[in-house]
Write a protein that binds this ligand. Structure first.
Ligand code: HEC
Length: 240
């Protein structure tokens, strides 16, 4: 069952068996009560039921009601402002953000699902990449999750930790940008505090000429555009 994979993956939640998942739910007062509410007090704890509940939850997460979706897929030209629309034109055009944060004809996931190096954590790597690589190669696969969580330096190696390919040093999976203005801080290590700075960083790392040709006004337009990606149903208020 696909929804259980992250729970059992040593690189994610790291539980070892389906029985561990059942024990976790049974051992948590809140989850145990929710389980009984859903399946009845006499239903034994079964991983199949837990998977069914998770899948039902995940299916509520699809985002399709943002102002961007109304503009782009439903042709509601009034759904976004002219500043936001010019931000989108830059995003998909001159700034080349859609090379990785993909927008398709039928769906717009804002990620290509692939790994790229955007220079986050580069200071850790520059200081001692050789030593970190040696340490990383010695890590037992089962210990990888805990090591990544306890060492920011090791975590900065990114995809390399899994593939041991030099080209993957510092590479991370492109995150989707849906609801992005609601989820500060930014990047895999939370090292960038605001959306404005995140956009500046991304322009530096991936736009032509290190983003030098983007005026303040254009950068503001990009940020304004990113704010149109919030799901209107679930997050009516934007904290920033
Ligand atoms: C070469 C692929 C690539 C391009 C091009 C690219 N990005 Fe990214 N973007 C990424 C990756 C990978 C990350 C995550 C980096 C990390 O955490 O180490 C990211 C992270 C972000 C984040 C932070 C998201 C979060 O939740 O933390 C924002 C915002 C963002 N990009 C916006 C942009 C904008 C705007 C552009 C165009 C100027 C752009 N990106 C161009 C790959 C790319």
């Amino acid at each position: 069952m696909l929804v259980l994979d992250p729970l059992l993956s040593p690189r994610e939640q790291g539980l070892r068996t389906p029985g561990d998942i059942e024990d976790r739910v049974a051992g948590d007062r809140f989850l145990r009560r929710a389980y009984a509410d859903a399946y009845g007090a006499n239903e034994p704890m079964k991983v199949e039921n837990i998977a069914r509940s998770l899948a039902a939850y995940v299916s509520t997460l699809k985002t399709s009601n943002s102002r961007f979706d109304q503009y782009f897929f439903l042709n509601d030209l009034a759904a976004i402002t002219t500043q936001e629309a010019s931000g989108y034109r830059l995003f998909a055009g001159r700034a080349r953000c859609t090379v990785c944060h993909s927008v398709g004809k039928d769906t717009a996931p804002f990620t290509d699902g692939a790994f790229h190096n955007q220079g986050i954590g580069a200071n850790h790597l520059r200081a001692n990449v050789r030593g970190l690589v040696d340490r990383a190669i010695a890590i037992e696969p089962n210990d990888l999750g805990t090591t990544v969580q306890s060492s920011q330096e090791i975590a900065a190696l990114g995809r390399f930790l899994v593939t041991h390919q030099i080209a993957d040093i510092g590479a991370f999976r492109t995150p989707s940008l849906r609801n992005v203005s609601l989820t500060s801080p930014y990047m895999h290590d939370g090292s960038i505090a605001t959306l404005r700075e995140a956009v500046k960083h991304e322009l530096y790392y991936s736009a032509p000429d290190r983003g030098a040709n983007f005026s303040n006004e254009e950068q503001e337009a990009l940020v304004a555009f990113l704010r149109t990606l919030n799901d209107e149903d679930k997050h009516p208020e934007d904290p920033r």
